[in-house]
Design a protein around this ligand. Sequence first.
Ligand SMILES: Nc1ncnc2c1ncn2[C@@H]1O[C@H](COP(=O)(O)OP(=O)(O)OP(=O)(O)O)[C@@H](O)[C@H]1O
Ligand SMILES: [Mg+2]
Length: 207
Amino acid sequence: MSLFITFEGGEGSGKSTQTRVLHQRLSSKGIPVLLTYEPGGTPLGQQIRRWLKGTGDIDPQAELLLFTASRAQLVAAVIRPSLKNGTVVICDRFYHSTIAYQGYGRGFSLELIQATNNFATGGLKPDLIVLLDLPMEYRLSRKTPGDRFEREETAFHQRVRNGYLKMANEDPERWLLIDGSLRKKEIERIIWERIEQLLTSGGFCSV
Ligand SMILES: Nc1ncnc2c1ncn2[C@@H]1O[C@H](COP(=O)(O)OP(=O)(O)OP(=O)(O)O)[C@@H](O)[C@H]1O
Ligand SMILES: [Mg+2]
């Protein structure tokens, strides 16, 4: 059995907070679990992350390909091998971020994004995507410094948010949509409720 869970949402929506809590909770129950993140999660991905987090100009085409390259390496070197040996994998952002940011945000065609995502993942899909949806008015108050997307205008973030909501509403079985403005403990509770269901129903095999 393997289980692949990804976390999505805008900057400061609480992804890293909640992935850490979930990781801790699963490990404390003796469940083999790995927490990783995008971009990054491998030595190559770390280099790419540094470029993407830097202040240098990156052309949108190059940006898309850098995220894709980091993802391809992460899937091949970390995610697939871990799922194969029965580890629960939690990933802080995955390919839905590219659909939201480079597709809905930057305006690349969704067909192109789907093709590059498929190329990077070899078709691997999460069993569950947790979307922490933060209303626009909370965004600035939770701002985390240093992200290239923070330089983007409000309209960009609104498109990203709407893109995420569209994906979640179209596939409610796979997506868990949570109001990110709820208290941390409440969000933890909602996530755990769904994870427990998945663990008890068993039989997941993402690979
Ligand atoms: N439910 C919550 N209520 C209030 N504050 C929160 C909540 N969840 C997280 N925070 C705070 O908001 C800030 C951003 O949270 P966090 O780093 O988890 O977000 P993130 O989605 O990982 O952001 P990024 O996309 O920039 O990595 C942190 O200071 C965190 O403590
Ligand atoms: Mg984070």
